[in-house]
Each structure stands twice: as structure tokens, then as C-alpha cells.
Design a protein around this ligand. Structure first.
Ligand code: AMP
Ligand code: ZN
Length: 115
């Protein structure tokens, strides 16, 4: 846990987001500023600041997060139509919260290439 990390506060229950899925290791909640009809963030409860800090020992954790995303997508009714699963890294990637997270966005067609 990092003291000044908003996602750690969600993971510990100090701040209560709109949770859609949770396990011992993973938390999924609705984004405060949704960019699509479905916009859910999936985070590890454990504080990892950026993708670049991931270690081999985190492989199962990342697999768990991706599988959780597919489950949330099915629950949201977007699994068949499609969706996007995004992880932003550092400045060029557009990362603003430094606790790794995947954005699950769907419910409308997505553009490619991304802006
Ligand atoms: P990123 O820019 O990839 O780091 O994404 C951070 C995301 O966290 C943004 O989409 C924000 O809207 C979202 N966010 C920031 N604070 C909160 C919060 N308190 N509850 C839910 N989502 C948040
Ligand atoms: Zn954190």
C-alpha cells in the first residue's frame, strides 16, 4: 500500500468506488469519468506503480486481471459486440494514476488508431 495512492485507498476500502467485481487480489470499479457506456477499471489490490515495474512473479496476477476483465465484460453484456482493454503507461501512454490498471471500455464502437 502506498499512502498517497487513490487506488490503494479503494483496494483497502478507505474510499468506496462503484465496485462491479472483486476477489482477494483484484478490484474492478466504474471509472469516475466514463469515456463509453461501459468504462470499468481493473486494478491489483497490491500497489504496483507502472507496467514497467511488473516482475515475473506478477504473471498470475496479470492473468487474473485479464480474466476478470472478460468476466466483467460478459456481465456488462458487451462480450459479443466487442470492447477494448487498455493499459496506459507513463506520459506518452496517458497514465495519470500511478497504480497499474486496465480500462475496460465498450458499449460503443471504438476508433483506431487511438488519439
Ligand atoms: P489513466 O489516465 O490511464 O491513469 O486512468 C486513470 C483513470 O482513473 C481515469 O480514467 C480517471 O477517470 C479514473 N479515476 C481517477 N480517480 C478516480 C476515482 N476516484 N474513481 C474512479 N475512477 C477514477
Ligand atoms: Zn496504489
Amino acid at each position: 500500500m502506498s499512502d498517497d495512492c487513490i487506488f490503494c485507498k479503494m483496494a483497502s476500502g478507505e474510499i468506496k468506488p462503484d465496485i462491479v467485481h472483486e476477489t482477494d487480489n483484484v478490484l474492478a470499479f466504474r471509472d469516475l469519468n466514463p469515456q463509453a457506456p461501459t468504462h470499468v477499471l481493473l486494478i491489483p489490490r497490491q500497489h504496483i506503480a507502472t507496467l514497467d515495474e511488473l516482475q515475473e512473479a506478477d504473471q498470475d496476477l496479470i492473468g487474473e486481471i485479464v480474466l476478470a476483465a472478460t468476466e466483467v465484460a460478459r456481465n456488462e453484456g458487451i462480450a459479443e459486440r466487442g470492447y477494448r482493454l487498455i493499459a496506459n503507461h507513463q506520459a506518452d501512454g496517458g497514465q495519470t494514476v500511478f497504480h497499474i490498471h486496465f480500462h475496460l471500455v465498450g458499449g460503443r464502437p471504438m476508433n483506431w488508431p487511438p488519439g
